[in-house]
Design a protein around this ligand. Sequence first.
Ligand SMILES: Cc1ncc(COP(=O)(O)O)c(C=O)c1O
Length: 359
Amino acid sequence: MSDVFNFSAGPAVLPKSVLEEAQRDLLDISNSGISVLEHSHRGKEYMAIQEEAQANMRELLNVPEGYSVLFLQGGASQQFAVIPMNLLGAGQSADYTNSGAWAKKAIGEAKKIGSVNVIAETGDVRPCTVPTPDELNETEGSAYLHITANETISGAQWKTFPTTQAPLVADMSSDILSRPLDVSNFGVIYAGAQKNMGPSGVTMVIVRDELAANAPADIPLIWRYQTHIDNDSMFNTPPCFSIYLLMLVTRWLKAQGGVEGMEKINIAKAATLYGAIDATDFYSGAAHVDHRSLMNVTFNLPTPELEAQFAKEADAAGLKGLKGHRSVGGLRASIYNAFPTAGVDSLVNFMQEFEKNNG
Ligand SMILES: Cc1ncc(COP(=O)(O)O)c(C=O)c1O
């Protein structure tokens, strides 16, 4: 079979070496005679996996003392509700930025729990943007300020993070581990695994311990961050296989030079693709140049018909998953950490050919 490149927005491409290792461990891990899928989460084989996932994640993101790294379930969508449950005390309000589809969902859930102030709106701005730090006018006494670090659908990304009075809470589902971070600038960081960390099924939450400790007393145990801190993310049976794969991805990332090394590769891949978009009037980038995502490259062709034809012919050529999200149309190339440079080159060649034949 000729090369297939998977541009899916998530679940997304995983490093091939990780999949090969998982394939071996599927039948027998660590010469235990038992599949990685079958081990008890309390057994030494699995405990070692989760401990390594924790340690590698702390190392990769340079997570300081006073923060916990949790592996939970329910996706980033569950965090949309769990964050206000834990951080929004009675009589308080929270600030949110509305930068697009995912921010809007987070706002919708928070409004069900408490009082929300939307302090910046860019969801309908075209080309797509996110707010800039200096546009934020924080509400005095706000419990936290929520941002969506990378809008997976529009392809707009925060390039620098604001320094805020209230704890900064960030949905990093689609750009976690793609660049270095100063975790101490945040109160909570959360991300579903299925784009840059592993398969779906596990959600990572990095939470400042004092925020978890001060959560209202009436939240059910399963939704309290403190419960999961106290139980090392083993309050209930964790998503063992997803965490195992995430652990393998952290090893792979370390071998790429960590997030610093990964960022360099990501910048180069995105530059190649945006360069091809900018090289001609036939293609146009959907996100504002200052906010262009390194992870989700969104672009348009002159007509929706040409976009549909492009996606269809690209698919037949082995370039899969390029159709834009159903809510916005256009094309979207998701080029997460594990997406190979050869796939970007292949897409650029295809774009040039397509324009020659249809431009
Ligand atoms: C930025 C962002 N936030 C939240 C979500 C929802 O994640 P989940 O499906 O893990 O609930 C997604 C999924 O694509 C996303 O891209």
